[in-house]
Design a protein around this ligand. Structure first.
Ligand code: UDP
Length: 398
């Protein structure tokens, strides 16, 4: 059996690395090949290196000022040659990037079966997130096997007419990735945090409000946030720093998107108490998250990782396709309004009970065994689905 695993961006690398590992650990005669599209070249390479994955093929599509159309066109053309040469049984894609969409459709055109990891995420608004929501829907039309992370994602697929026996609830592979990294790098990281990052900032105890500095980690990169939303987020950070002074440090690993980088550097570059960092490698980033009091993010993956690290999340978006975290109580949907951000941070800053209620939650997105289930299913074996009522792993072997 030949399986091509297509990876274009950092989140795809993080979420597919456990699948690559689980498949290569199988005894079965399976030829697993990793195809990088390099849609985001540097971030992808950084993430793959952490998991010690060397792509077999690199389509090398990234160009300056690229648009989704140009990325898709390059992938259709270059991936077609790979499909022709390898005639895979499965093309495995993850998530909702342009890589995901183009590789899935190209695989379908070439007659391969397409498996979609993290299938069934929906906001119901084709323009938000853009173009990810459309990419998800398109992949669901051509996939043979849909690996839904949660029961909610499964329901979304059923509602669109996807056959029940094509959907498997596996949990999210990012929970496997977090577990793998934390098991192997409990204290160190592969990349030392830059000097500017104050080592004295410990994860603050919400019961001792006045002692020490608390860290807030901010990540933002979404297309819909850029512009008005990002300006409001930066203004909220300045207001919080003014109010809380040395009690607060805001640490921002800045996404390399030129617009994001330029805005954050000009709005917050000179603000005392704000630490701007380059993109961190995954272990360093998880360690940073774990050291924080609160996470502010518009990232999808970070919303799924935070409950494994016991840190509450404020989601800086109008909608989220990850309602599980809102229901479980470990995240709040705040949007990008300046006053709403300040108000929500302050409410948790001063209320230990409200804060604890957000941290004492088990991860609703997975149990750390998603990749095992996905590998087994691709090889045609039956699986026991992920059940959040049994959050500590697979049932014991009978
Ligand atoms: N991440 C990382 N280093 C950083 C910032 C983020 O390794 O400096 C990881 C993060 O843990 C998450 C993924 O990158 O798994 C999120 O990527 P991004 O926010 O770009 O995309 P999204 O999750 O929204 O698809």
């Amino acid at each position: 059996m030949t399986i091509l695993i297509v990876i274009g961006t950092r989140p795809e690398a993080i979420k597919l690395a456990p699948v690559v590992r689980a498949l290569t650990a199988q005894d079965a005669a399976v030829d697993v090949r990793v195809v990088a599209t390099s849609q985001h070249r540097e971030l992808l390479a950084q993430a793959l290196a952490v998991f010690d994955i060397q792509p077999h093929i690199d389509l090398d599509v990234m160009t300056a000022g690229q648009t989704p159309n140009r990325v898709a066109a390059a992938i259709f053309e270059r991936f077609d040659e790979v499909l022709d040469a390898s005639r895979p049984d499965w093309v495995v894609v993850q998530g909702d990037t342009t890589t995901t969409m183009a590789a899935a459709v190209a695989g379908f055109y070439a007659g391969a079966r397409v498996a979609h990891v993290e299938a069934g995420l929906r906001t119901g608004d084709l323009t938000n997130p853009f173009p990810e929501e459309a990419n998800r829907c398109l992949v669901s039309r051509v996939a043979d096997l849909h690996f839904a992370a949660t029961a909610r994602a499964r329901q979304a697929l059923l509602a669109e007419g996807v056959a029940e026996d094509r959907i498997l609830v596996t949990g999210n592979t990012v929970v496997d990735a977090v577990g793998w990294i934390l098991d192997r790098a409990p204290s160190g990281t592969q990349q030392a945090a830059p000097d500017a990052l104050s080592a004295s900032v410990a994860k603050a105890d919400p019961d001792s409000v006045s002692t020490g500095t608390r860290r807030l980690v901010l990540t933002t990169h979404r297309r819909e946030t850029i512009g008005h939303g990002l300006m409001h987020i930066c203004a909220a950070v300045r207001t919080l720093i003014e109010r809380l002074g040395p009690e607060l440090e805001v640490t921002i690993p800045v996404h390399p998107n030129p617009q994001v980088k330029a805005t954050i550097e000009s709005e917050l570059g000179q603000t005392p108490g704000v630490v701007l960092l380059p993109p961190l490698d995954y272990p360093a980033f998880l360690r940073l998250l774990r050291s924080s009091f609160l996470i502010l993010t518009d990232s999808g993956g970070v919303q799924e990782e935070a409950p494994s690290l016991g840190v509450p999340t404020l989601v800086l978006r109008q909608t989220t396709e990850r309602g599980e975290a809102l229901e479980a109580g470990c995240a709040r949907l705040v949007g990008t309004d300046q006053d709403a951000i300040v108000e929500n941070v302050m409410s948790l800053w001063n209320d230990a009970a409200a804060y604890r209620a957000m941290t004492d939650v088990s991860n609703p997105f997975g149990d750390g065994h998603a990749a095992e289930r996905i590998a087994a299913a691709l090889l045609g074996h039956p699986i026991e689905p992920f059940d959040p009522a049994r959050p500590h792993g697979l049932p014991a072997e009978p």
